[in-house]
Design a protein around this ligand. Structure first.
Ligand code: PLP
Length: 398
């Protein structure tokens, strides 16, 4: 094993803070004990603050983000229902695929990878749907494959302007707990996340929030569900228990995660992510390279997908970064394979950690022959981090 840490800059799973690791380092426990609800009831309550959900429920399924998609869909829709969606990256594509496999009728709008949800097209489709055939509108808030963030609030406005009753479903797997998300204010009915990104835990929990309207829809929805049943969860969660064995150590980790996020303050978490992401974007400029995200309005504060110049294979950069420098970068997925590498900048991170990723990517690019000047990205990011660093009490200590 090489000495030192692996520098983990894939866009999830993310780095796990020490206090979260410690919180999960527990013996097995009795999930039916009388004191178990002291953990779980507080979690159900406090997670609502992370989702900014006033009413409704947060569900904790053993699973991953994909399970969360399935829970959202199967609990609220019936086979044959029409959903409006858009595809602009591998994850928006996979959610659509999941809907089709559940026999939903998907009106999938094809969008260039590098852009996000086409709000104007959604608005038109909703305005024209006088019979309200569309039962749900899907938004991939942060497309992790392309590093593109979409405007959920604008989709809400489009629904309201058309006076359309469809449910608004959001994939927040790589946005929630990292970038601004307001479930109640934006009228989101179902929001899906996972434990391994903004929540800074290992993979293993699908975290799904449902509005009162979504819970009402679940009463008549006909898609088959068992493992992901809201009803079964509600029946047992109300007393702090689960319909089957919960991932107990992850729940303790989640308690520590929620505490960490709320202690830092969500707005501070969001601005930290923005500032760190901006440093990566400055580095990309310094290298003279391009992001997949076509315009600043699409820039993601949790992941940057960076094109390598024509004639180079991004997978070589990723291989060298890992093999020589013990740096994990994200690869290009599907139609971006070989054309991009991705730097994940979400979760438990600070300036110097990001500079490791930027320096390592720079070295690996130089090693494969990409004509970039060593130090050009690092310098641009350093300047940004120095200019935007906030003085702390410790500056004056001692
Ligand atoms: C935006 C987005 N949605 C869904 C998923 C699928 O989540 P999981 O891999 O946890 O099933 C991912 C995974 O990276 C993602 O980034």
């Amino acid at each position: 094993m090489p000495a030192g840490f692996n520098s983990l800059f894939i866009p999830g799973p993310t780095n796990i803070p020490n206090e979260l690791r410690a919180a999960m380092n527990l013996p097995s426990e009795d999930q039916r004990s009388p004191d178990f609800p002291a953990l779980t009831l507080g979690l159900f309550r406090d997670l609502k603050q992370i989702f900014k959900l006033d009413h409704g429920k947060v569900f904790l399924f053993p699973g991953s983000g994909t399970g969360g998609w399935e829970a959202a869909i199967t609990n609220t829709l019936s086979p044959g229902d029409t959903v409006l969606a858009s595809e602009f990256g591998q994850f928006s594509h996979l959610w659509i695929d999941l809907c089709k496999r559940h026999h939903l009728n998907v009106d999938a709008i094809d969008v260039a990878w590098g852009q996000g949800v086409p709000v104007d097209v959604y608005a038109e489709r909703l305005a024209n749907d006088k019979e309200h055939k569309i039962k749900a509108v899907l938004v991939c808030h942060n497309e992790t494959a392309s590093g593109v963030t979409s405007d959920v609030e604008a989709v809400r406005r489009a629904l309201d302007d058309a006076n359309h009753p469809a449910l608004l479903m959001v994939d927040g797997v790589s946005s929630i707990a990292s970038i601004d998300f307001r479930m109640t204010e934006w009228g989101v009915d179902l929001a899906v996340s996972g434990s391994q990104k903004g929540f800074m835990l290992p993979c293993g929990l699908a975290i799904v929030a449902a509005s009162e309207k979504a819970l009402e829809a679940s009463k008549s929805a006909k898609c088959p569900r068992c493992f992901f049943s809201f009803d079964d969860m509600i029946a047992t969660n109300k007393d702090g228990y689960f319909p089957y064995t919960p991932a107990t150590s992850l729940l303790h980790g989640l308690r520590a995660s929620v505490d960490l996020l709320l202690n830092e303050g969500l707005e501070n978490v969001f601005s930290r992510h923005n500032r760190l992401a901006e440093g990566v974007r400055k580095a990309v400029d310094g290298w003279g390279l391009k992001l997949v995200a076509e315009e600043p309005k699409w820039y993601s504060d949790t992941v940057s997908a960076i094109y390598v110049p024509e004639g180079f294979d991004a997978n070589d950069v990723i291989k060298i970064a890992y093999g020589r420098y013990d740096l994990s970068l994200g690869g290009g997925l599907s139609r971006l394979a070989g054309r991009v590498f991705r730097i994940g900048h979400l979760g438990w991170l600070n300036d110097l950690m990001l500079l490791q990723a930027i320096a390592g990517a720079e070295m690996a690019m130089a090693d494969v022959g990409i004509p970039i000047e060593l130090g050009s990205g690092v310098r641009s990011a350093q300047q940004h981090y120095r200019q935007t660093a906030k003085p702390t009490e410790l500056d004056l200590a001692g």
